[in-house]
Structures are given as C-alpha cells and as structure tokens.
Design a binder for this molecule. Structure first.
Ligand code: C5P
Length: 228
C-alpha cells in the first residue's frame, strides 16, 4: 500500500502544485493545496476592505465564509482545481498581484493559522491525500507517512513563476517576480507561527538540476520506499 497521507512542503515556486497534482492523479488520491486557504483569507480581507494587520477581523471573515476546493471547472483546467467562496468561483482572483502581496502577512497571523488548521486536518483525516503547503509535515499533519520537502534555488523558482505568469498573460519582469518570491521566502521562513522549515523526517528533493521526468521518478522512489 502507498502511504495514505503524503505531505509536500517547500518555498514559493518549488513546483509543489505541479508535482502534487501529478502524484495525486497517479495514486488516485485527493490533491489539496493549503496555500489556497491563505490566499482566500487574503482575498476576503482585500474585498471587504479589512486591514491586513487586523487578525481578528480576518478570522471573523474566514469563519463566516464557506471556502471550498472542487474539481476544476473548464477555465481552471490548467490549475487542476476550482476554489469557490460562498458558492462563487474565485480561483483566478486568488493569484493576482494584490493577493500575492498580502498573502504572506495574512498567513503570519497565528489566529488566522489556527482558524484554518481544522479545515486542513479534516481533509487529511480522510486519508488518500496529497497535501501541499509550507507547514503540512511540521504542523498540519505531523504524522504523515511520507513527507517531502521540495526545494530549488531562488533564481530557478523565480524563472518558473515568471514563465507560468507569462503563459497566463502576465507582464511582470523576471526581476520583479524574483523580488516578490524572495520577499515571500523571508516572511514565510521568518514568522513566529509555524514558519517554513524542513521537517526532521522529511525527504528533501532539490529540483534545480532535475527534469520534470527525473523529479517524478525521484518522488515515486520515495513513495515506493515508504510503502507499508
Ligand atoms: O503556495 P502558495 O504560494 O499559493 O502559498 C501562498 C502563501 O500562503 C505562502 O507564501 C505562505 O505565506 C502561505 N502559506 C502558509 N502555509 C501553508 C501554505 C501557504 O503560510 N501551508
């Protein structure tokens, strides 16, 4: 049997979503990107004109909203899932420059993290899940049978994000994307509550010099090695 719960953590642009979606599809598991919960929280704050530093007001918005992640509608096919908030599909709105700039400060609030934890644990408890994020292996599902920490250099991650943005019509320069990724790295690793770090029992996969096929092979080797 493959491990029932697989946690994939790592910094922005390391390729967690691409590899996580592929692995979940391969194993017929549920894929869950925990980043969308933090993005949805930032989006709720922005659309309700709530200040990014007002943790209590953001938690109130989270508790009033129904955030769902479902199979992709046709327009979200490339992303692999559709996020709805109170029944409205909002996936693309979660990946705007405004949300990118606000998400890490929102995610740094311990009250916001505490509000989103039960949602993530409920999904994890169902098993047969590939869950990706920053603190899945360290905090959300510390008993996950397989923990992978996907990494790549800042230049490589910026290049991948820039390519992704340009495919979707984005116009930012690679320098601007790199600065954004570096800023989010600093906030995600430097925050007091559940910072991004490699879990003691995680397998680190550095993807700088790996093709996507090599990366898939490395991940499958880890899955096979972790079989019960
Ligand atoms: O993975 P993605 O880039 O969509 O995540 C957006 C942001 O959400 C991250 O930069 C981080 O600040 C936050 N996040 C987090 N914990 C997670 C997943 C995402 O703090 N488990």
């Amino acid at each position: 049997m493959p491990p029932s719960i697989i946690a994939i953590d790592g910094p922005a642009g390391a390729g967690k979503t691409v590899i996580g979606l592929w692995l979940a599809d391969y194993l017929r598991y549920t894929f869950f990107d925990t980043g969308v919960l933090y993005r949805a929280s930032a989006w709720l704050a922005l659309t309700n004109s709530v200040a990014i530093d007002d943790a209590d007001a953001i938690v109130a918005l989270i508790e009033r909203a129904t955030i769902d992640v479902d199979s992709p509608q046709p327009s979200d096919a490339e992303r692999g899932y559709t996020v709805t908030i109170d029944g409205h599909a909002v996936t693309d709105s979660l990946f705007t420059a405004e949300v990118n700039a606000s998400v890490s400060p929102v995610a740094a609030h311990s009250a916001v993290r505490a509000a989103l934890l039960p949602v993530q644990r409920r999904i994890g408890a169902r098993g047969s899940v590939v869950m990706v994020g920053r603190d899945v292996g360290t905090t959300v599902l510390p008993d996950a049978e397989l923990k992978i920490y996907l990494d790549a250099s800042i230049d490589e991650r910026a290049r991948r994000r820039w390519e992704q943005e340009h495919r979707r019509g984005g116009t930012r320069t690679i320098e601007a994307v790199r600065a954004d990724v570096a800023h989010r790295d600093a906030l995600d690793t430097g925050r007091g509550s559940s910072p991004l770090r490699v879990a003691d029992d995680a397998h680190r996969v550095d993807t700088d010099d790996l093709s996507l096929d090599d990366e898939k092979k490395a991940i499958l080797d880890l899955v096979t090695m972790s079989r019960g």
